[in-house]
Structures are given as structure tokens and as C-alpha cells.
Design a protein around this ligand. Structure first.
Ligand SMILES: [Zn+2]
Length: 360
């Protein structure tokens, strides 16, 4: 059976749900037709001229990039822009996975941490934005299963590797009839179940209107809890440790080898003993205070700014391995994930210069 862009989009959505992206982000379909049959897909960090030329040469019609092609609002498409022009003329679809791939377990920072051999890894800075609601409703015992089977669909009682998740507790419901009521049950005290589950933020309205449609009571008793809950720990960066502590110069040398890079920009005492390491793939300067708060000896990221280093270098060792090098490890995980779902397809990982910058 043919594999469509929609199939790939949905597979990514179940691995790194697009709803988890930040409100300022633009992960998702950038250009394309979800009905297209996929040929020779390519996974990459950025949509560059070199990548598009490679896609054309390889007869590929799907690019999955980490950084979105469209990030700032577009006010004009100039047809002399060969990049967008070529993508459209050659019918190349583009899907981007950005902050949704950053915040999941197995995401960008966990992949970097595993690449450099960190253990006991935990999220460094939990996601602050609310992405899920908890919903509960009451239903007579005999109807509970039927309603639940209907209500648990995509994004409802579902997260990453689990679906159909709910909890049912038994109790006694009661009511007194006022005028014109049409109660579903003719007893005023009866066995009633309370059913609870989580709902993804983008599915909450659909879920509640479905519940209202299929629930047999004339007045449905339900609650939507709006407090910030996430079913799993989600967030940016990782904090972990090595089995045995090492001096900073040893750590930096090993990280260079493991990431296949030839230089690391750093600030710190090379003889400092490193026990605990915090890191964040990509541009992670904003999470240095989290690394400090959690007692890390070293913070590794991909894009440190001068003023961030100036502010924190006397409190924690800092290392900048380059934006690209810090995010490349996640591409292999994405490849593995997609190839395990689509056994007929080979997902080529396209990597340009790991460091991006040239040095003279
Ligand atoms: Zn990035």
C-alpha cells in the first residue's frame, strides 16, 4: 500500500505531538499535499539550497526538517527565491518538527545526552505551557463502557505510546426531580461511575461536544480541570551524570569525539571535576539558571551568547558545541522511529557541515 505524506505526518504526530510545540512556533506541514505518495524521504535540520538540490537529485518528494521552513510571517513569495520555487515546482512536501521534538522524552536533548553517555537523565526545565486538560464525567454503570469506547479517540485518553487510557470509579449517584425534568434513570439513588481521562488541548472542544451528543442524561454532569497537567514530564534540556566524575578537559575531549566535531567553545577551569552535567540541544542559553539551580557542574548547549557567558561563567562551566552538532543526534532517532513504522521506506539523514560556521 502506498505511504502518503499524511501517514508520515500522523506518525510524527504520535511520536512528537505537534500540539506540544510552543505557541510562537510553526511546526507541522510547511508546504505540500497530504495525499501525495511519499518517495525517498529525507530528514534534516535545515532547509538549505544544498538540501533542496539533493532532494531533486534523489527524486525525493518529502523533506522532514527540524527547523521550520516558515518561521516568521511571510508577506511575499518572490519567485526568484529558488528555494521555495524549487520546492513548489518539484512538488516537494515539507514537514517540520521543532519545539514538539525538543520537549518530548527521547527528544533533542535526550538524544544529545545519550550520545555523550550521560546517565540518570531527567528533564532540566519542565514545559510551562498547559497542553492537556483532565476531564471527568458521571454515567450509570450499564452505559459507562459504551460511552467510554466512543469518547476515547485521537488525543483523548491518548499520549505518546499509550491510548485508551481512563480511570473509572464506582459510587452512588442521586438526584431529586424538579418540574419538567426527564431523568435517564427512574431511581433517585443508583449505582453510578465516575470516568476520568486526559484530553489534548486541541481536542478539548471536540471531546466535550461529543460527550454532550452521546451522553444519555438530560443534564450531563462533567468537569474540565484546567490546572496545568502534563501526563509525562515534558520540557527542555536534560540533567544527568557520568558513572564516574571526570575533569572538564576530559569531558570536552570526549564530547568532541562523540559528536564528531573538532572544536568546542568553552569557559571554565579545565581541571574542574565534573559530576553533574546539564545540557540543552539547540539554542539553550535561557536554561543556564535551571542548570545552576539543579547543581550542574557543566552546562552544554549549541548557541551561547557572549552576555550569557559573561553573566554565568564564574558560577558554572559552560560549553558551546555548535547549534547543528547539538541537534544532529535526534535525526537518527527520528529515522529509527519512522523506519520502524514504515518498513518499505528508507529515510535518508542529510547533514551538512556540523558546525555551520567556517573559521579562518
Ligand atoms: Zn535548533
Amino acid at each position: 500500500m502506498d505511504i502518503t505524506v499524511k501517514d508520515i505526518y500522523e506518525a510524527i504526530n504520535s511520536f512528537a505531538p505537534f500540539i506540544l510545540q510552543e505557541s510562537w512556533d510553526n511546526s507541522g506541514l510547511q508546504i505540500g499535499d497530504l495525499g501525495d505518495k511519499v518517495r525517498n524521504p529525507i530528514i534534516c535540520l535545515d532547509i538549505t539550497y544544498e538540501l533542496v538540490r539533493t532532494a531533486i537529485k534523489d527524486n525525493s518528494n518529502l523533506i522532514i526538517s527540524h527547523h521550520p521552513l516558515f518561521f516568521k510571517p511571510i508577506i511575499c513569495i518572490n519567485r526568484s527565491n529558488n528555494l521555495i520555487n524549487d520546492l513548489i515546482n518539484y512538488n516537494i512536501n515539507v514537514i517540520s518538527t521543532h519545539t514538539n521534538l525538543d520537549v518530548i522524552p527521547q527528544g533533542v536533548s535526550f538524544c544529545l545526552a545519550s550520545k555523550i553517555g550521560l546517565q540518570e537523565c531527567k528533564i532540566l526545565s519542565p514545559l510551562k505551557e498547559q497542553k492537556f486538560y483532565k476531564v471527568s464525567f458521571f454515567i450509570t454503570e450499564d452505559k459507562a463502557e459504551e460511552i467510554l469506547d466512543n469518547i476515547l479517540t485521537e488525543g483523548v485518553g491518548e499520549f505518546l505510546k499509550y491510548k485508551n487510557c481512563a480511570f473509572t470509579s464506582k459510587g452512588i449517584g442521586q438526584f431529586r426531580v424538579k418540574k419538567k425534568a426527564k431523568p435517564y434513570i427512574d431511581k433517585e439513588r443508583f449505582n453510578e461511575n465516575k470516568v476520568e481521562f486526559i484530553v489534548r488541548k486541541d481536542k478539548i472542544n471536540e471531546c466535550i461536544s461529543k460527550l454532550k451528543d452521546i451522553h444519555p442524561y438530560d443534564e450531563i454532569a462533567f468537569d474540565v480541570f484546567e490546572e496545568c497537567i502534563n501526563p509525562l514530564e515534558l520540557g527542555y534540556g536534560v540533567i544527568g551524570k557520568y558513572k564516574v566524575s571526570k575533569k572538564l578537559h576530559v569531558v570536552l575531549k570526549e564530547v568532541k569525539e562523540l559528536l564528531g566535531i573538532d572544536k568546542i567553545k568553552f569557559k571554565g577551569d579545565l581541571n574542574k571535576k565534573i559530576n553533574s552535567i546539564a545540557l540543552c540541544g539547540g539554542s539553550g542559553g535561557a536554561f543556564i539558571p535551571d542548570a545552576l539551580k539543579k547543581g550542574a557542574d557543566l552546562y552544554i548547549t549549541g548557541d551561547l551568547k557572549y552576555h550569557e557567558v559573561l553573566e554565568y561563567a564564574d558560577k558554572i562551566a559552560l560549553a558551546d558545541v555548535g547549534h547543528r552538532a547539538s541537534e544532529i543526534p535526534v535525526l537518527d532517532i527520528l529515522k529509527k522511529e519512522l523506519e520502524s513504522k514504515f518498513k518499505k521506506l528508507v529515510f535518508r539523514v542529510f547533514v551538512e557541515n556540523k558546525d555551520f560556521y567556517n573559521y579562518v
